[in-house]
Design a protein around this ligand. Structure first.
Ligand code: ADP
Ligand code: MG
Length: 240
């Protein structure tokens, strides 16, 4: 579904991604962890071209990300993204947040878009919030709206960038539960998160990044119980 080969990226002089090789098969659930500033966000943002890589090759569902705008548009339709800060449109109701892209990008008739939106609002367990504005919801509810909004575009892959790190502790579980359910439904997912309970429950592979490199990757059991690199051990000792 996703392949990165020899991917390098610089911000000016700063080498942020160094020779990243990564293959993600359909239905895989990948968790990426690592210290702040290690390039996790940059890496997943390259996968839907929110950031541009300078060297190497990124292919998503057979489509290579180059300067070709058509390809970028195709990839963005297949890849949903959920951010730390929800990024909902504050002046639109929950329902309008969910139907905006299907109506304007996919040209879905309004009524049908609303039916799909309600389906996903039920799936994230907040159908009763459809008529409210984002500012009237809790952080956990807003993040579930953001997840539902992505799902309305029928993505083949979902990228999550620290989706729970801006939430109060009591709201983290309600968002993780939605992500767990999504994983069980077979969605291909890449999640940047430090929620290691989540990683153990749903990930089939955990990747540790440091200073722009993939240092180590393994299935969760091995990764947590027998980390190989000293850097991974140090990181795990700080967060667990
Ligand atoms: P992480 O998500 O692992 O915390 P990021 O991918 O956000 O790391 O950032 C990696 C490094 O790149 C950091 O040192 C950050 O300061 C730097 N960086 C991120 N975005 C930019 C940018 N737009 N311009 C310059 N430097 C950036
Ligand atoms: Mg980040």
């Amino acid at each position: 579904m996703i392949s990165l080969a020899g991917v390098n990226k610089w911000y000016g002089q700063f080498h942020v991604l160094k020779d990243i090789d990564l293959t993600v098969m359909k239905g895989e659930r990948i968790v990426i962890c690592g210290p702040s500033g290690s390039g996790k966000s940059t890496l997943i943002r390259c996968i839907n071209r929110l950031e541009e890589h300078q060297r190497g090759k990124i292919v998503v569902d057979g489509i290579e990300l180059t300067h070709d705008l058509k390809n970028i548009e195709k990839v963005r339709r297949e890849v949903g993204m959920v951010f730390q800060h929800f990024n909902l449109f504050p002046h639109l109701t929950v329902l309008d947040n969910l139907t905006l892209a299907p109506i304007w990008v996919k040209k879905v008739p309004k009524k049908e878009a609303e039916e799909v939106a309600m389906h996903y609002l039920k799936r994230v367990k907040i159908p009763e919030q459809a008529g409210k504005f984002p500012g009237q919801l809790s952080g956990g509810q807003q993040q579930r709206v953001a997840i539902a909004r992505s799902l309305c575009m029928s993505p083949k892959v979902m990228l999550f960038d620290e989706p729970t790190s801006a939430l109060d502790p009591e709201m983290i579980k309600e968002v993780l539960d939605v992500m767990i359910e999504l994983a069980r439904s077979g969605m291909t997912m890449i999640c940047v998160t430090h929620e290691m309970g989540f990683a153990r429950t749903v990930a089939n592979r955990v990747i540790f990044m440091d200073k722009g490199e993939i240092i180590e990757q393994n299935e969760p059991e091995e990764f947590f119980n027998h980390p190989k690199s000293e850097r991974t051990k140090l990181f795990l000792s700080q967060i667990l």
